[in-house]
Write a protein that binds this ligand. Structure first.
Ligand code: NAD
Length: 481
């Protein structure tokens, strides 16, 4: 049975859309249609922005509530999401192919963690501070909510990445219009249900399912105050241009091509580090922005590192995303699989050595699957080492010493994530400090609510998560007395 929604969540209720156009959602594992959702048009975005504007401008409304009152509503929202956790995980996995073990562990839980975390941040943050002016008088420094936020979300971790935005924005007192990606619109409906059940006031959170045109329309909308975008670097550049022209604040979480640096003293026993290596390099079959998809290996142990990664990737269970034992599901779409296969062909053509995979797994007649793929003898100038593939493809690059490893790691347009693998964590920390990136792990990679997350260079502008993210949804105002 397919899931069908013919209404849009705008202004706190389910309203009829302005047109009969719909988005059809297809399962990445089975290629079967699993649902359809009303597609927002420009008039629906106008209505959603009006609802968010009205809610924000209400002098007794959300923006003016005491932080503790907002925090209570956010905690109710968290509970309402938790009660839908299993259904959220099912929907995410059946749409985008994320193995359900991963969607259950992250997508079903992280948004509620974030809402509770930012409820705590809201309670603990002083919104107004008095400073004694150096030239006399008192300066009141106020942190006010920035206004109506246009939030644009990709399909790869749709629940968590939406919550990266709405949790701090709600804590700050902002209202939102959220545009989910067309591939993942069914799970977003559960977030709207949870917000309504939790008594988040009408118009504080609105959803406009649609593609890139409707996203671009939202970004340029005259009545929003801030844009928060997660997605590709190409789309991010276009959004940055619009926001530059409008002088509109924008946070951009974009692509990555991070380095996993294996130092020459690293422990390579897969029984000890296999799961962590998998999570840091191939999670969600490579469709995760922060993964270390360039593996930098010391020349002295190069063959051993290649064998370790080939053994790790070769042992992963490929299958239907809804099978709880699956570790590698399908690509999100036929288009994404074609893109990944194009890069695999390019890797071979440019002279890299295919060590594992490279094709479609046997026995998977349906679904957009690609085998976990390992290339050795990759030069950092190769296309597969420079461009984001967003699939289960790792490039193993040899280096001479730690300085050379850092040089290669930094020889990238991107700077989002990364890891260092070593038996000596002080040495690992020293290397991690020298890598030009927004986040990096030593012998692990963790996304934690408290740790600011984002990129440098073409990986983006600004930070999400951590108490710092609250500030990106606030405007600072000084009142001199
Ligand atoms: P995408 O840029 O094609 O789309 C992302 C979202 O933006 C979708 O909702 C899409 O409809 C919308 N969109 C696309 N073009 C737009 C435009 N010009 N104006 C407004 N909205 C537009 O990216 P994708 O393929 O959905 O996601 C994969 C990409 O996202 C990868 O590059 C990945 O690295 C990146 N990503 C980054 C992070 C991060 O936190 N840095 C996290 C996850 C994914």
């Amino acid at each position: 049975m397919t899931i069908q929604y013919d209404k849009l969540f705008i202004g706190g209720s389910w309203v009829s859309p302005s047109s009969s156009r719909t988005i059809t959602v297809v399962s990445a594992s089975t290629e079967e249609i699993i649902g359809s959702v009303a597609e927002a048009q420009e008039a629906d975005v106008d209505a959603a922005v009006d609802a968010a504007r009205t809610a924000f401008d209400d002098s007794n409304g959300w923006a003016h509530w005491e932080p503790a009152q907002r925090a209570e509503a956010m905690e109710r929202f968290a509970s309402a999401l938790e009660s839908r956790g299993q259904e959220i995980a099912q929907r995410v996995s059946s749409q985008n192919g994320m193995p359900i073990a991963i969607s259950s562990a992250f997508e079903a839980t992280f948004p509620a963690y974030l809402l509770r975390y930012y409820a705590g941040v809201a309670r603990a943050t002083n919104l107004e501070e008095d400073r004694t002016g150096l030239l006399g008088g008192t300066i009141k420094v106020r942190h006010q909510p920035i206004g109506v936020v246009g939030a644009i979300v990709p399909w790869n971790f749709p629940q968590s990445l939406a919550a990266f935005k709405y949790a701090p924005a709600l804590a700050a007192g902002c209202t939102l219009v959220i545009k989910p990606s067309p591939e993942t619109v069914l799970d977003m409906r559960l977030v709207a249900d949870a917000a309504a059940e939790a008594g988040i006031p009408n118009g504080v959170i609105n959803f406009v399912p649609g593609g890139r045109e409707i996203g671009a329309y939202l970004v340029a909308h005259p009545r929003i105050d801030k844009v928060s975008f997660t997605g590709s670097t190409a789309a991010g550049r276009s959004i940055a241009e619009t926001c530059g022209r409008l002088l509109r604040p924008v946070t951009l979480e974009l692509g990555g091509k991070s380095a996993a640096i294996v130092l020459d003293d690293a422990e390579l026993d897969l029984a000890t580090i296999g799961q962590k290596l998998f999570q840091a390099t191939l999670l969600n079959q490579g469709q995760t922005c922060f993964l270390g998809t360039r593996v930098l290996a010391p020349r002295s142990r190069y063959d051993e590192v290649v064998q370790t990664f080939a053994a790790m990737a070769g042992s992963l269970k490929i299958g239907d995303a809804l099978d709880p034992t699956t570790q590698i599901g399908p690509m999100v779409s036929d288009r994404q699989r074609n893109r990944v296969e194009g890069y695999i062909a390019k890797g071979k053509a440019e002279g890299a050595k295919l060590v594992l995979g490279g094709g479609r797994p046997a026995g998977q007649d349906k679904g957009w699957f690609v085998e976990p793929t390992i290339f050795a003898n990759v030069d950092n100038n190769h296309t597969i080492a420079q461009e984001e593939i967003f699939g289960p493809v790792l490039s193993l690059i040899a280096y001479d010493d730690d300085d050379d490893a850092v040089r290669i790691a930094n020889d990238s347009d991107y700077g989002l994530g990364g890891t260092v693998w070593t038996a000596d964590s002080d040495r690992g920390l020293g290397v991690a400090r020298r890598v030009q990136t927004g986040t990096i792990g030593v012998n692990t990679y963790l996304l934690d609510p408290t740790s600011p997350f984002g990129g440098v260079k073409a990986s983006g502008i600004g930070r999400e998560l951590g108490p710092e993210a609250l500030g990106s949804y606030q405007q600072i105002k000084s009142i001199c007395i």
